[in-house]
Design a protein around this ligand. Structure first.
Ligand code: HEC
Ligand code: HEC
Length: 344
């Protein structure tokens, strides 16, 4: 772009904001479809420090995998302010073989109506039981084998007793899942969009406010709405125009209902600029590509570059404070669209 063109487009962008809505009007409009993320996750009221600390230890415990190579944190990295993902299209399991789906972030996951891309686990505790026994993930042979392994580690006997003080034999697979879920309920993030929705005009720059306006007016909030900006419903991928990869049939495998063919959970867009690559198959390398593709697949619209950039600018404001990650990764071949992880 030449300098004068650049200047003109900067002017155009700036004037679009000036003639756009006032922050108060935009907040009013946004509040019809979005809401601040609650600071506490549902179900966490009864979580004790002992339960959360056991859950944290288990989340990082590599001995929960068959060859002691992998923990929950291997695919959902939350240490050091990371964004709850591994930044891979699909994740290698304990024995190196990749599954068929992208690892979603564990940040804020407890706000979703159900867990997994197809919603097959009702909640975090039900979800946590899956990966440990999944042969493509942590590959432990059985619940009994997990409990036997943990029982041989003296500190766990103490930790389970503290976390479940009223139980005679607290070291069970159910309790392990409950503890991991309690830790995951602490993974709530806070961002500037929340501050804007709560009343701070300055929390979002003019360009971010413009992006929010575009996000709403284009129709993204038909599906990505509520406090998590998604995570609250299931929709077909390719609602208007068919998606290129139809291998994964999505939610139909769970419900057996014809109408659930290629239906997936609408992902939460909190922290989305930190969790590349995108979509259930990890096929979108960058956030801009994901946004462009969404508009076409779900709304039948071809966005111009300014609209795409504007929406991406808004989405970056959903980055949780102190969290880091990536919004694009180098192009890689998604190796095995076909082989889905076995259903837990
Ligand atoms: C080998 C990588 C890997 C490991 C290890 C792993 N996961 Fe996952 N996780 C995934 C993938 C892939 C999905 C999506 C699978 C699907 O939807 O079918 C997922 C989904 C989830 C979800 C659902 C999030 C959402 O938005 O629906 C949660 C929560 C989660 N995992 C937590 C855990 C916990 C807790 C552990 C440890 C007990 C764990 N994961 C171990 C790869 C992994
Ligand atoms: C009809 C419902 C619907 C509409 C409208 C919609 N989306 Fe989506 N969105 C989804 C679903 C479902 C997925 C999951 C895609 C998949 O699993 O392959 C998704 C995925 C995404 C992702 C990838 C998230 C991730 O973690 O992988 C982004 C980014 C996104 N949408 C942004 C948008 C934007 C921006 C718009 C407006 C241009 C939009 N969406 C409109 C339903 C919708």
């Amino acid at each position: 772009m030449t300098k004068s063109l650049l200047f003109l487009s900067v002017l155009a962008a700036a004037s679009a904001v000036v003639v756009g809505q006032s922050p108060a009007d935009l907040r009013k409009k946004a509040s019809e479809v979005l809401a601040p993320l609650p600071s506490i996750m549902p179900g966490s009221e009864k979580d004790t420090p002992a339960l959360v600390s056991l859950g944290k230890k288990l989340y990082f415990e590599k001995r929960l995998s068959a060859n002691n190579s992998q923990s929950c944190n291997s695919c959902h990295q939350v240490d050091g302010g990371k964004s709850g993902v591994d930044l891979e299209p699909t994740s290698p399991g304990a024995f190196g073989k990749r599954g068929g789906r992208n690892s979603p972030t564990t940040l804020n996951a407890g706000f979703h109506l159900a867990q997994f891309w197809d919603g097959r686990a009702a909640d975090l505790a039900a979800q946590a039981k899956g990966p440990i026994l999944n042969p493509g993930e942590m590959a432990m042979p059985s619940e009994a084998a997990v409990i036997e392994k943990l029982s041989a580690i003296p500190s766990y006997k103490k930790d389970f007793a503290k976390a479940f003080p009223n139980e005679a034999s607290p070291l069970t697979y159910d309790n392990l899942a409950k503890a991991i879920a309690a830790f995951e309920r602490t993974l709530v993030t806070h961002d500037r969009v929340d501050e804007f929705l709560k009343g701070s005009d300055k929390a979002l720059s003019a360009a971010e406010q413009k992006g929010l306006e575009t996000f709403i007016s284009v129709g993204c909030t038909t599906c990505h709405n509520g406090p998590a900006i998604g995570g609250n419903g299931f929709r077909k991928v390719g609602a208007v125009n068919a998606y290129k990869n139809l291998v994964d049939k999505g939610r139909i495998e769970i419900t057996k209902e014809e109408e659930d063919l290629h239906v997936f959970k609408v992902p939460s867009l909190r922290n989305v600029a930190l969790t590349a690559p995108y979509f259930h198959d990890g096929a979108m390398n960058s956030l801009a590509e994901a946004v462009r593709e969404m508009a076409w697949l779900q709304l039948g619209q071809k966005l111009d570059e300014a609209q795409v950039n504007s929406i991406v600018t808004f989405l970056r404001a959903l980055n949780g404070k102190g969290r880091k990650g990536k919004e694009s990764v180098a192009s890689v071949d998604v190796p095995s669209h076909g082989s889905l992880p076995a259903m837990p």
